[in-house]
Ligand binder design. Structure first.
Ligand SMILES: [Zn+2]
Length: 63
């Protein structure tokens, strides 16, 4: 009667969702816990920022 249903990846309240700024996947962008990046892109971004912080030794910013 009840079949296994995979858990939804993220609950997005009405009016608070939008496309991820990076991959375009629907994500919670506004309100509590909102972020323009989806959780997976956010994790990638945080890893990149951490790597850049580690690599930077204080010269003029490139991109
Ligand atoms: Zn994304």
């Amino acid at each position: 009667m009840s079949r296994p249903v995979p858990a939804p990846p993220q609950v997005i309240p009405s009016g608070q969702g939008g496309p991820c700024a990076k991959c375009g996947k629907a994500t919670l962008r506004y309100g509590v816990g909102g972020n323009p990046l989806c959780p997976s892109c956010r994790a990638v971004r945080e890893a990149e920022v951490a790597a850049q912080k580690g690599a930077r030794s204080g010269s003029s910013a490139g991109v």
